[in-house]
Design a protein. Structure first.
Length: 118
């Protein structure tokens, strides 16, 4: 049986929410914690559109992507990504806080993100 955790993102910073969610997804709050097992948890994060973001960081932090072709580097600011798709931005942030191994994808499947209250 899956244990459910719900996090309300209203007024909290993006990093604090992501680290809390990553901790739940890894099962670190459980007494049966093991690094090689995906925890039976489901984490729901609501009100993502009401996250608190520092304006100076929103303008100075950039996300880069590259297709592999010469001169194809794309640069997008945190504010642009937040306005365009806050759910994929939060998923990317939480993914970066999980261990980089074979279990990352299955742990992220236990994550449910909502931009407004359900």
């Amino acid at each position: 049986m899956k244990q459910k955790f719900q996090i309300d993102a209203t007024g909290k910073s993006m990093g604090r929410i992501a680290s809390e969610a990553a901790s739940f997804l890894m099962g670190k709050n459980s007494t049966e914690f093991a690094r090689n097992i995906v925890a039976a948890v489901e984490v729901e994060i609501t009100n993502l559109s009401k996250i608190k973001i520092d304006q100076r960081k929103a303008m100075s932090k950039y996300y880069y992507r590259h297709s592999g072709y010469i001169g194809s580097t794309k640069k997008v600011s945190l504010l642009e990504l937040f306005e365009k798709d806050v759910i994929s931005l939060m998923k990317h942030t939480i993914s970066g806080m999980l261990p980089d191994n074979r279990l990352r994808k299955s742990r992220l499947n236990n994550l449910k993100l909502f931009s407004e209250d359900k």
